[in-house]
Write a protein that binds this ligand. Structure first.
Ligand code: ASP
Length: 580
């Protein structure tokens, strides 16, 4: 970094950029005392740390500083004496000598050691997050995140996208998650909703003629938290007019590949594509982890006329586990429990041995069935074949999950395998009222070849929705949108949303569409997830400055908290004491 950016009224250089080039200069640095070592009574070595790294300051005479004091040190850059050079440190060839130390701020003893090599309880880290983020690892994760954001912005700008900010106080959005609700003081009894995404706003921007919009947008969903989910998360949100699905996938690919290059130093090749049906059939999931093979194999035809009750089902799927014959009985029991937990009736296993299949079920199989199992692609002595017989999607999902359990490396471990998953179904299952559910959201355009099936065979309707997946994590989703009122009403009707309800919930959007809606499409992907993977972290909390715990608490601020009676009164909100 050029010197002029580093120097301020208090300092000349950042600690980490001092080098042999500065030998002989008398300089000021500012930072925290990372370490203090005494050498006899009258010589102290201080490691001074700032955001760029650490430099050693040698202080003669007594100096009253402790760990994490904030200091300003004036010293002369001097080569370290022979034998004391520290090659692990960028500044390890030099030190500041003849130092004067000015204490800018005192510090209490921190509740944990600010050292990446020390394992610290996460609760403590989150409670003192301002100290935790002084650590190198958090500094580097958050700075990586900033570089990724810059790369994304640059890529979108270069492709002619215009950044527009959309409101946080908004009306319900159609993603289908539970929403955070904000009471209106000026309109008692009425509420805003924090947006689950800028979905409707960005579609309105298309009606408004923006043509290409993007935003690094905060989205809020009141859902249970997990390793890859927080209440609030950040998306690169985009929408464009007069485009096809391929165009949008092109824009997003460009941005993601640029970010990948900035983060990892390597620009990945073109992102491959796979249909949803293929992903389900071969990987048992809509977010396939392509870092390893272990694809599912279909044995349904060999078992079509089976006498074995356990295999009498529409679909029989198999998964070959290389070398898995050595799994213990308890390991096999665990896998069986996992399969049952996912809804399967059971999990059959077969060890491939020189003497044939070894399994409690082996003797019940016909010759053809034995041959089918022993003949799954690649099967060799020492392998294990796992089999699930059930309805098609269930059999795929169960074996897909077991595939991930047995094969997936940690998500942030390379290589990075991106894949576009296309042709998602339009609807997935039905809700409690028997209404079809939108697989993406109700504004998604059906596949043009399937428009005729909406009323007759809705579950067969494919949509023009697409996901981007990286190492088995869904990075984001998007779709071509419906811009024609007739198709929109047919979809609303299929979803059980009456014209009246549609008018109340989305009337402003449908109204806007009456004034000339261009064909449009868009996408949004999670920046937290992308950065976590690049940072080699499997929990997005590690790339968020101030995250919440699994139970939704902010351990540092204490939020969520009660508010005063006065505030409640202003909002005309009353707490039901029995409601807890
Ligand atoms: N709004 C969608 C989401 O957040 C993404 C999109 O369709 O653009 O999942």
């Amino acid at each position: 970094m050029p010197r002029e950016y580093e120097s301020t009224s208090l300092r000349d250089l950042l600690c980490g950029s001092i080098s042999e080039a500065h030998v002989g200069q008398r300089l000021n640095v500012c930072g925290w005392v990372a370490k203090r070592r005494e050498h006899g009574e009258h010589l102290a070595f201080l490691d001074i740390r700032d955001r760029s790294g650490v430099v050693q300051a040698v202080v003669e005479g007594s100096v009253d500083v402790k760990s994490e004091y904030v200091v300003r040190v004036t010293g002369t850059v001097t080569p370290r004496p022979e034998g004391t050079v520290n090659v692990k440190l960028s500044t390890g060839a030099v030190e500041l000598s003849d130092c004067e130390v000015e204490v800018l701020s005192l510090a209490e003893v921190p509740p944990f050691q600010l050292d990446d090599r020390v394992e610290i309880d996460e609760q403590v880290r989150l409670r003192y997050r301002y100290l935790d983020i002084r650590r190198d690892e958090m500094q580097s994760n958050l700075r990586l995140r900033a570089r990724v954001n810059t790369a994304l912005r640059r890529a979108m700008d270069a492709q002619g996208f215009c950044e527009v900010e959309t409101p946080l106080l908004w009306a319900p959005t159609p993603e289908g998650a539970r929403e955070f609700v904000v009471p209106s003081r000026l309109n008692p009894g009425e509420f805003y909703v924090l947006p689950q995404s800028p979905q409707i706003a960005k579609q309105l921007l298309m009606v408004g003629g923006f043509d290409r919009y993007y935003q690094i947008a905060r989205c809020l969903r009141d859902e249970d938290l997990r390793a890859d989910r927080q209440f609030e998360f950040t998306q690169l949100d985009i929408e464009a007019s007069f485009v096809s699905q391929d165009d949008v996938m092109g824009f997003v690919s460009e941005a993601v590949l640029d970010a990948a290059e900035v983060a990892t130093g390597v620009r990945p090749g073109e992102i491959e594509r796979m249909t949803w049906a293929h992903a389900l059939d071969h990987y048992g999931t809509d977010k396939p982890d392509l870092r390893f093979a272990m694809t599912l194999q279909d044995l349904s035809s060999a078992f079509a006329a089976t006498d074995v009750k356990a295999f009498s089902a529409p679909t029989v799927k198999a998964l070959r586990v290389e070398g898995g014959a050595s799994f213990s009985r308890s390991r096999l029991d665990e896998l069986t429990e996992q399969a049952k937990g996912l809804g399967a009736k059971g999990l059959a296993w077969f060890r491939v041995t020189a003497d044939g299949l070894d399994s409690p079920l082996a003797r019940y199989l016909s010759g053809e069935e034995t041959a089918a199992i022993a003949g799954v692609d690649g099967a060799a002595n020492g392998d294990l074949i796992l089999v699930v017989a059930d309805e098609y999607e269930l059999a795929c999902h169960v074996l897909g999950a077991i595939r991930v359990t047995l094969g997936s490396p940690p998500v942030g471990e390379g290589p990075y395998r991106y894949v576009w998953v296309t042709e998602f179904p339009m609807f997935e299952g039905v809700d409690e009222d028997g209404h079809l559910q939108a697989a993406h959201h109700p504004f998604t355009m059906p596949h043009p070849e399937d428009l005729g099936l909406i009323e007759t065979e809705p579950l067969k309707v494919r949509s023009q929705a697409y996901d981007l997946v990286l190492n088995g994590w869904e990075l984001g989703s998007g779709s071509v949108r419906i811009h024609r009122a007739d198709i929109q009403s047919r979809i609303f009707r299929a979803l059980g949303i009456s014209d009246d309800v549609a008018e109340v919930r989305f009337g402003f959007l449908l109204g806007a569409f009456r004034y000339g809606a261009p064909p449009h499409a868009g996408f949004a992907f999670g920046i937290d997830r992308l950065v976590a993977i690049f940072a080699g972290e499997d929990n997005i909390r590690e790339v968020i400055a101030f995250p919440k715990t699994q139970s939704g608490a902010d351990l540092m601020t204490g939020a969520p908290k009660s508010i005063t009676e006065r505030q409640l009164r202003d909002l005309r909100v009353r707490i039901d004491p029995k409601g807890k």
